[in-house]
Ligand binder design. Structure first.
Ligand SMILES: Cc1ncc(COP(=O)(O)O)c(C=O)c1O
Length: 414
């Protein structure tokens, strides 16, 4: 039997999210939040963890020899351990807290990239990457004279593994690929890609911004060298994200930022680096946010990530079917059943901003624009799209409301 949530489970889950009680009324209409790929809503346990830290435990970490600071340090380190357990890293030393996915990828590009990438080396990305998994590599390639190759997608929005195989015959140093496209909903076979890339001698970074919030994640099973994700897309606060890196690689990399906390000792002449992961966490970190990310993980674990994955898939299947009732809609990405809970589309001759405004008048929140994936939109032959994305608190009724809202937009714009 497939593990999933029952309607009564979702009623209870929604009660855990204060926003659904507090932002309930726009012209008397309930909030329908379909933009979790941009950022998720937060459950009370996460909001309470922030409040509780500042009201009961606030002190800097790794500094004070007094009880409050020692307690804050223990909680902050425990949060690293929770993250390590959640993605099955070998040790919390492989878990670096950063601000978000973007910073995690920039850290790798700056530190690992500058040391390991040289003139003529090839970096493989894909046509479906978010700007944060493109621009850091463009900066690095420009500085080092490296070459970027984009693995093509097919017309269904799936990665062309045969094309990747061809690119891997070149002088490849790095493969950096998203686990799930934030536009197409395509789920990439990251384990297979990692194994192919390793055989070709390349290092592998997985952009897990849309991965770890939505499915069980095991970095050892995937086998990747780096894995990046953001707390705010998985029920956690903004300002906290994670870079997982294999210990040998992190040990071998120079620091990204210099300052307090990332050193063992400093003299007028030089400095010695701290142990992992602190070597990469310069300055006062996002302590409360890190601890609250730990609470988000506890919450997701209590729900069960297999259920999260299956439920979102069910919502996507239902939505793909219902959206076909809307006149002249073009949906991008793989067929229902082969994608996660993200659906991007266009209504013929209606700008996505107009679609989003009509939906907003119904208190339905979707994203409209290029979703930080302009090259992918070029590949699709459009400048922008509308995007609905689902999470654990969304319901079938909300998808029906989306479809009705789109029919209304169709009527208004002819
Ligand atoms: C696939 C993917 N990668 C990276 C990012 C960047 O995440 P952040 O803005 O939290 O750094 C996003 C955000 O939408 C994303 O969807």
């Amino acid at each position: 039997m497939i593990e999933t949530f029952k309607p009564e489970d979702i009623i209870n889950i929604r009660k855990d999210f204060p926003i659904f009680n507090n932002f309930d009324k726009l012209n008397g209409k309930k909030l329908i939040y379909l933009d979790s790929a941009a950022t998720s809503q937060k459950p009370s346990v996460v909001i309470d963890a922030l409040h509780s830290f500042y009201s009961k435990s606030n002190a800097n970490v790794h500094r004070g020899i007094y009880t409050l600071s020692e307690e804050a340090t223990i909680k902050y380190e425990e949060a690293h351990k929770k993250v390590a357990g959640f993605i099955n890293a070998k040790s919390f030393r492989e878990i670096v807290f950063v601000r978000n996915t973007t910073e995690a990828i920039n850290l790798v590009a700056y530190s690992w990239g500058r040391k390991n990438i040289g003139k003529g080396d090839v970096i493989i990305l894909s046509q479906m990457e978010h700007h944060s998994n493109i621009v850091p590599w463009q900066l690095l390639a420009r500085e080092k004279g490296a070459v970027i190759k984009y693995t093509e997608i097919d017309d269904k929005g799936k990665l062309r593994i045969d094309k990747l195989e061809n690119h891997l015959k070149e002088k490849v140093k790095l493969v950096a690929i998203t686990q799930m496209s934030n536009v197409l909903g395509t789920i990439n076979p990251v384990k297979e890609i990692t194994s192919m890339a390793h055989k070709a001698g390349a290092t592998v970074l997985i952009d897990g911004a849309q991965g770890v919030p939505h499915e069980p994640t095991d970095v050892q099973d995937i086998g990747c060298d780096f894995y990046a994700f953001s707390g705010h897309k998985m029920l956690g606060p903004t300002g906290i994200g994670v870079l997982y890196g294999k210990k040998e690689l992190l040990n071998d990399m120079p620091p990204f930022l210099g300052g307090g906390d990332m050193i063992k000792s400093v003299s007028f002449e030089e400095a010695r680096w701290n142990d992992l992961p602190w070597k990469f966490e310069a300055g006062t970190p996002a302590i409360a946010e890190g601890i609250a990310l730990g609470s988000a993980i506890d919450y997701l674990k209590s729900l069960g990530m297999a259920k999260v994955k299956n439920y979102e898939k069910e919502l996507a299947i239902y939505a793909m079917d219902k959206l076909r009732d809307v006149d002249s809609i073009e949906i991008y990405g793989p067929p229902a059943g082969e994608r996660g809970g993200i659906i991007s589309f266009n209504l013929k001759d209606v700008h996505p901003h107009d679609v989003a405004s009509v939906l907003s008048s119904e208190n339905i929140a979707i994203r409209a624009g290029h979703h930080c994936a302009q090259p992918l939109h070029d590949r699709l032959g459009v400048t922008a799209s509308s995007r609905a994305s689902f999470y654990i608190y969304n319901t079938i009724d909300e998808i029906d409301a989306l479809v009705n809202g789109l029919k209304k937009a169709r009527k208004i714009y002819g």
